[in-house]
Design a protein around this ligand. Structure first.
Ligand code: FES
Length: 149
């Protein structure tokens, strides 16, 4: 192999490497933008209802986080609607939301997103869509979340 051929081969390799790095950089920039406008859905909800404990285990104005399939769910005893449940996965970048009883709102600690406990709607912050609501049924004093209506 001549010096000239080695230079051409090296140049070709550097071009490929440059293209790969550009593709990785573009993915790092475009990926979050796509996730913002098309947030991931909660795909893996259990098909059967999941127990969230007894009705009395969540006093009014309080909440608990329960395991709901692959993702946690937030179960809140609201003064307006009684017991409600939402996916605890933020619709922005999938951080886990939590109940803040001092302000009566669901908050996402990652980017200060706030959701209503009444309907899961976005009150403020960057989340693009409401929290996904989960069906709640009370059977013999036990809270069941999920399943079919
Ligand atoms: S991930 Fe929840 S506000 Fe950004």
């Amino acid at each position: 192999m001549t010096d000239h051929e080695a230079k051409v081969e090296r140049r070709g390799f550097l071009k490929i490497l440059n293209s790969l790095l550009a593709a990785v950089g573009l993915t790092a920039i475009v990926g979050p933008a796509i996730a913002y406008f098309w947030p991931s859905k909660l795909e893996e909800m259990p098909s059967e209802p999941v127990s969230a404990g007894s009705e009395g285990s969540i006093p009014e104005g309080e909440a608990k986080t329960v395991r709901f399939g692959r993702y946690p769910a937030l179960v809140i005893n609201t003064p307006k609607r009684g017991i409600v449940a939402y996916s605890a996965v933020c619709t922005h970048f999938a951080c886990l939301v939590k109940w803040n009883p001092e302000i009566d709102k669901i908050e996402c600690p990652c980017h200060e997103g706030y959701f209503s406990a009444v309907d899961g709607s976005v009150i403020s912050g960057p989340p693009p869509t409401p929290l996904e609501e989960i069906l709640v049924t009370i059977v013999d004093g036990n809270i069941l979340i999920g399943g079919e209506a």
